[in-house]
Design a binder for this molecule. Structure first.
Ligand code: DX5
Ligand code: ZN
Length: 221
């Protein structure tokens, strides 16, 4: 069984001390950092963009998992790739030519991930699964941290895990939204490989919370 990974979501970190927050993740044994880019259009919120990712890149060796919640992300792919992203995630709902977008990310030698909103059916992946390294299932509506996990998403994770298994491909499943210490086990059991967690990690006792997540993640073999 492959390793399960926690990806703390920077959106919930203290933006006035990003360096310290990232240092805590590294000190706690974290491997991946989830970075949410929002355009105020695909989602109503606005967060950070490539210049901040570039600055963070010079400070950290974590795997940068960049989640683009932007309309027509093709406009920004080159910039995001150059900023130091390791994984680039685009939303199926935001890409009029998803196949081409997937190919472009691959050509930039980045890991390719496609995200699906809670109501988006899995069959949008039917003809592109081959080109993906990971699928991100939103387990809340995208745009804001601190929302509650949508229980129906557990079955969606299970169905995607089954589709991937049948395909014989190695595609990871990432879950994002409302993930915490209480439901981590449930999503892992359903088939999730990468767990994004923002408000359940940053705030107080970040180091302790990452350790607690690690115990759950490492208990799965
Ligand atoms: C929300 C973002 C998430 C967010 C998760 O649209 O994609 O990555 O930071 O926050 P929590 O873990 O608090 O739900
Ligand atoms: Zn995200």
């Amino acid at each position: 069984m492959q390793n399960k990974i926690l990806a703390p979501s920077l959106l919930a970190a203290d933006f006035s001390k990003l360096y310290e927050e990232i240092a805590i993740v590294e000190r706690s044994g974290g491997k991946m950092l989830h970075i949410d880019v929002m355009d105020g259009s695909f989602v109503s919120n606005i967060s950070i963009g490539p210049p901040v990712i570039t600055a963070l890149r010079s400070l950290s060796n974590l795997i940068f998992d960049v989640h683009l919640m932007v309309n027509d992300p093709d406009r920004y792919l080159a910039m995001v790739a150059e900023s130091g992203a390791d994984i680039i995630t685009v939303h199926a709902e935001a890409c009029p030519h998803l196949y081409r977008t997937v190919v472009r990310i691959r050509e930039m030698h980045k890991k390719v991930c496609v995200a699906l909103n809670p109501a988006t059916p899995l069959n949008v992946l039917d003809y592109i699964l081959d080109g993906l390294d990971m699928v991100l299932l939103m387990t809340v509506e995208p745009g804001f941290g601190g929302q509650s996990y949508i229980p129906a998403m557990t079955e969606k994770i299970r169905q995607l895990a089954s589709i991937i298994k049948q395909s014989g491909r190695e595609v990871l499943i990432e879950v994002d939204g409302g993930i915490n210490l209480e439901n981590a086990r449930e999503v892992i059991d359903a088939g999730a490989d990468v767990l994004v967690a923002g408000s359940a990690v940053f705030g107080i006792d970040t180091e302790k919370k990452i350790m607690e997540f690690s115990k759950i993640l490492n208990a799965i073999v």
